[in-house]
Design a protein around this ligand. Sequence first.
Ligand SMILES: [Zn+2]
Length: 304
Amino acid sequence: MISQHTLRKAVSTRGVGLHGGRRVTLTLRPAPVDTGIVFRRVDLPQAPGFRVDPQCVMDTRMCSALERDGAKVSTVEHLMSALAGLAIDNLYCDLDGPEVPIMDGSAAPFVYLIEGVGLEAQSALRRYVRVLKTVRVEDGDKWAAFYPCDCFRLKFHIDFDHPALQKSGDSVQMDFSRQAFVQDISRARTFGFMRDVEYLRAHGLALGGTLDNAIVMDDFSVLNADGLRYSDEFVKHKVLDAIGDLYLVGHPLLAELDAYKSGHGLNNKLLRALMDDASAWEWASFPHRETAPEAIRLGTPPSD
Ligand SMILES: [Zn+2]
């Protein structure tokens, strides 16, 4: 069967929060079948926590911030992207601060951390959300849409008026698989502009941001000495963010995402629009690995 997965054992890492600038320890712990992805604030009394779902997204100005029952957790999207990318269904994500560490600004450090301990197949079917009809949301000239699809396909287009971004590829299409995620998407870093840094810092944001955890540009070019990791790293990071934002539905999707200039807010609006329309989706699972579509097999660990 295509089963649910958790981590084989607990693993920790430590790093700085991008916006708050505080050092935080993140511990990932195995969780039972049907737990979902649960964030817990272990620094607060009674360690309040919650299972992710589209309704817990409270702030999308600079990152996807989640809040419920007194527990707030910011900048979850790169970790969520790694969990989606490696097909982890059940996990406790324990934090001793309000923000997931930014690491190098991509999902790759979380991928290494998780692959280092390995996954454990669990004795329950993985549950997919299969999109049945077109769902589309807009915000000004930006839009995002789901279409029915037998796999998880991502089409993403950005449009920035900046020389460094115009030299780089501005659109990506990928059929999701674990390998494609790890190789082609997971290393893409977040990016920002030097001219925004002062404004962000005045608003208490980007306090932990450095050239070690973001691509930073002035008005003309990329300032990082080593340049880009992918020639189209910017749009690939937007895909990385979208994979993480959409995994806040708590399950893998069978859908095609087509997005133009979408970001955390619009990604979340699209998820809510999907879940609000009961005729737009259904549950799907695959009791036999041999007869599951190839895209499903490539999207899950081979050891089932
Ligand atoms: Zn990001």
